[in-house]
Every structure is written in structure tokens, then in C-alpha cells.
Design a protein around this ligand. Structure first.
Ligand code: IMP
Length: 475
């Protein structure tokens, strides 16, 4: 059977930990989208593993597959494998031949475009890993795929087509000199060819490349359990997220089908678990109606002069939850749980179960709030007589996120307040089970499950693998 793990919010919901908890019964763990923009922290037997590309299951000796929907930076891949090997692990990682390769110039272009956008305050706050530019080339039918690295003639042909275009883009559109870049070789066909041909040989020598669709179908025919490990989250999905403040792939459950070559029926026959952080965090720009405090440069309209939005509370939650980017180290924006967001997420993904993480981080607060609905404040924007019917009316109460980011930015959260719960021995709670969770916290959890009509499968009450209350094992 299959279990698909999906971030229900803005990424960083603690997916890696849940993959780890449920991973025992999985034989294969598969990434289906994204690349080394992900940051998965797995704590296992006291050791902490930070992974950005290798599937988390590798920590537990599972076969890890990077599906065709991924974008793969081979430098990161081999670095991470080497780091795990140094810690005594022997990760078995396979890469889809149909996956696209992040080339060095993709990172450069990611940086340049963010710089240009920042001149008009439009930067997305990307991880700078070249994710967007690589998916652009994939959609533009000028990308280099993992399979192309195995055939030097094809590799050279692809590079000879694409590199001059990138050079022209950098020089003629952005007005920069290639020689002034930190790494001019990133735009040199011969240098790229040499490095990536050698990477192709390494992949081949280690027998790492696969036809993901056939590989996974065979595994399932042999009765193996497959876990799909979504990266990022629903609200930064390129289709269902708050465009343009999104990543360039589909973290949502549908991506598990297109990003691996298994049918939607296979994914839908299995379990789809939404990972929920008990509050909200966001890296980078874009609206956040339940935000507490703000991060200068990321929170729209926030600077020292606009302080007075519960900064202290935000800081407490940020510190307690260690809310700093795994990949970038940036402080994450913090807010209360947002139910319209979660309802949208549950609908788009078809969750069969929820794992609610970081409940312990909220312990000790007098009260815990949740954005139950929004009130839309569309002002002049709403009064136009030819407004499309799908648009909401000024003052309307909304229970799901509106489709445009501009409308979302005009949503004010209507809060519900729950009584807080005390700090307790969370490891003991995890051992004793759901009923050992403090009553007020259970009221909060039950509310969430009811609102999205989805049962709770697990509750994360600490960073360690043993600090999870497991209600249901999906395998
Ligand atoms: P990109 O994926 O690097 O192109 O970044 C696009 C947007 O997605 C930015 O707002 C990033 O902060 C966000 N993002 C990308 N990966 C992650 C992640 O793993 N967790 C949280 N946010 C992410």
C-alpha cells in the first residue's frame, strides 16, 4: 500500500519526523517534487540529521527514490550521501531518469531574479537553490534530465542549446557581465559538460538511476510498502498555493502521481496524511492573516515603526519551536493556526488522516488562538459592478482561502480562543497515548479534526522520534 505525507500549510510542518515515525513499515520512501530547497530534520537515537534532498527514510535504511517530479542538484545529492556515510549510514538512493537537473546557472538565475524583483518589493524570498529556474526550463522544454547525463552526446547537445540562451539572458536582459559573476564556469558549456558527464558516470557506476514508474510499480507488485514524502506545503504549491509566493512544484497529493509515474488511483487507494503545525510559520514574503509580530523584510508592511503586534509572543513561539529555516537559517514568521487555510488544504489533498505537530511548543500560554474564519475587507476593489461571481463580497465571512493572493491579503482573521495548557512530561504523554494529552490541548486538537472532518493519526509533542503520540499507524 501507499502512504502520502503532505504539508498542509506553508512548509516546515515537521513532515520528516512523521515520515520517520511511520517509516518502519515502509520499504521505499519517495520524494515526488521539489529539490534541495526542502529542509528535513530527523532526530534518531540522539543524532540529528539535516537532509534537503535525500529522502528522510534513508536514515532508517529504506530505499530512497527521487521521482521524476523532483529537480536534482547532483552536487547536493552526493554531498548528503557522503555526510550520511560519514555517520555510518549506507543510504540506498535511486534517482528517476526523468527528473530534471539543477545546473549551476539555475542558482545564479534564481539570485538575479530575486534581486531584480526586490527593487520593486516583489521578491518571493526563495531558498536560492535554483528551483524555479529549473522548473522553468522543464516547462520550456529546454531542461537537462538525469537520463541525459548518462549519454554524453545528448548532454552536450542540450547544453549547447540552453547555455547560450542563459548567457544572453544574463548579459542582454539583466545587463550583467558573465565574467563578473562569482562562478563564470557555470555558464561555460565545456566546464559544465565535463562536470556533469562525470556525474553521469558516477550515477551509472553506482547503479543509481531508475525508471521511477516501473521501479515503484515493481516494488508494489512485490508487496512492498511505499511512502511518498511531500516537501514544502500546500499553500506554497504552484497551483493551489498563494501565487506568486510559491515554490515551482506541486507538493499537494496529486503531485505524488505525476511526480512518480504511479496512477492517481494508486495514490488515492492509500492513505494521505496532512501534516499540520499546531500554529503557523512562514519563510519569505506573502500574506499571513494570523501573523504575530513580524519579520522585517518578509512580513508585508512590517518594520520597526509598525511594532505592537504581539512581538513578544511571536518571539517566544519562535524560540520555543526553533523556528529558523533549516536550509537558510532565516527566522520564520509566526502566527496562529489558520483554519480557512486548513480547510482549503484538506479539500485539495483529500486527507485521510492528520498529524498535528509541535503541540508542546504552545504549552504554558494562558490562551491559544486560532483563526476560525476571515472577514474580507475588499474596500473599493469589491464595488466594481462587473466583478466575477467567484469573487467574495466586502465584509463576507469566508471559511476557505480565496483564490487570489491579493484577496487573501485583504482577509482579516476572526479568532476563537482556547484555554492554554501546562507544560508536562511530553515523553510520558507520548507513551501513555492520546488521552494523556492535557484536556485543554485535546479540546484544541478535537476542534481541528472536526473542522476538517479528518481523524487525528498522530500528535507531535517534541522533536524526538519517541515524542509522538501515535493514534493510528497508516500501514
Ligand atoms: P523556492 O522553492 O526556493 O523557489 O522558494 C519559493 C518559496 O517557497 C519561498 O517562499 C520559500 O521560502 C518557500 N520554500 C521553499 N522550500 C521551502 C521549505 O522546505 N519550507 C518552507 N518554505 C519553503
Amino acid at each position: 500500500m501507499t502512504v502520502t505525507i503532505v504539508g498542509s500549510q506553508l512548509g516546515d510542518e515537521g513532515k520528516g519526523g512523521i515520515v520517520d515515525v511511520y517509516g518502519d513499515a515502509a520499504d521505499v520512501v519517495v520524494r515526488y517534487q521539489g529539490g534541495d530547497n526542502a529542509g528535513h530534520t530527523v532526530v534518531f537515537e540522539g543524532d540529528e540529521y539535516k537532509l534537503s534532498l535525500v529522502p528522510s527514510g534513508a536514515v532508517r535504511g529504506k530505499v530512497g527514490v527521487l521521482g521524476n517530479g523532483c529537480v536534482v542538484n547532483p552536487r547536493t545529492l552526493f554531498d548528503e550521501i557522503a555526510t550520511l556515510q560519514e555517520k555510518g549510514l549506507d543510504p540506498n538512493v535511486r534517482v528517476a531518469e526523468r527528473a530534471h537537473v539543477i545546473l549551476p546557472f539555475h542558482r545564479i538565475l534564481d539570485g538575479i531574479e530575486e534581486d531584480v524583483k526586490s527593487e520593486s518589493d516583489q521578491e518571493v524570498g526563495t531558498t536560492g537553490r535554483g528551483i524555479g529556474p529549473t522548473y522553468e526550463d522543464k516547462a520550456g522544454r529546454r531542461g537537462v534530465r538525469v537520463g541525459d547525463l548518462l549519454d554524453p552526446d545528448v548532454l552536450r547537445e542540450r547544453l549547447e542549446y540552453v547555455v547560450p540562451q542563459k548567457r544572453a539572458l544574463i548579459e542582454d536582459v539583466y545587463g550583467l557581465e558573465i565574467d563578473d559573476l562569482d562562478d563564470p564556469d557555470a555558464l561555460d558549456v565545456d566546464a559544465l559538460f565535463e562536470e556533469f558527464r562525470e556525474i553521469g558516470e558516477r550515477l551509472e557506476d553506482r547503479n543509481m538511476t531508475v525508471n521511477a514508474s516501473a521501479f515503484l510499480t515493481d516494488a508494489m507488485s512485490d508487496g512492498q510498502n511505499v511512502m511518498f514524502e511531500g516537501a514544502q506545503g500546500t499553500i506554497i504549491d504552484i497551483d493551489h498555493g498563494n501565487y506568486p509566493y510559491v515554490t515551482s512544484s506541486n507538493p499537494t497529493a496529486g503531485g505524488a502521481a505525476t511526480g512518480t509515474g504511479l496512477s492517481p488511483g494508486v495514490i488515492g487507494d492509500g492513505e494521505i496524511i496532512g501534516i499540520v503545525k499546531a500554529y503557523l510559520t512562514r519563510v519569505g514574503s506573502g500574506p499571513l492573516p494570523t501573523e504575530l509580530g513580524g519579520v522585517v523584510g518578509d512580513s508585508p508592511g512590517y518594520d520597526e515603526s509598525t511594532e505592537g503586534r504581539n512581538e513578544e509572543l511571536a518571539e517566544d513561539i519562535r524560540e520555543e519551536g526553533g523556528e529558523y529555516g533549516t536550509v537558510t537559517g532565516r527566522p520564520r514568521r509566526v502566527g496562529w493556526l489558520d483554519m480557512p487555510m486548513l480547510r482549503h488544504s484538506a479539500r485539495v489533498n483529500g486527507f485521510t488522516g492528520l498529524a498535528i505537530n509541535h503541540l508542546d511548543v504552545l504549552a504554558g500560554l494562558d490562551e491559544v488562538k486560532v483563526g476560525h474564519s476571515y472577514t474580507l475587507d475588499t474596500d473599493e476593489h469589491s464595488s466594481s459592478s462587473n466583478r466575477n461571481d467567484s469573487r467574495s463580497d466586502d465584509g463576507e465571512e469566508l471559511f476557505t482561502m480565496p483564490p487570489t493572493t491579493e484577496e487573501w491579503a485583504k482577509c482579516e482573521a476572526n479568532f476563537r480562543t482556547f484555554e492554554g495548557w501546562d507544560e508536562v512530561d511530553w515523553a510520558a504523554v507520548a507513551e501513555d497515548g492520546y488521552d494523556a494529552i492535557p484536556e485543554n490541548a485535546r479540546a484544541y486538537l478535537d476542534y481541528i479534526a472536526d473542522e476538517v472532518d479528518t481523524p487525528i493519526y498522530a500528535v507531535g509533542v517534541g522533536p524526538g522520534r519517541e515524542e509522538t503520540v501515535v493514534v493510528e499507524d497508516p500501514f
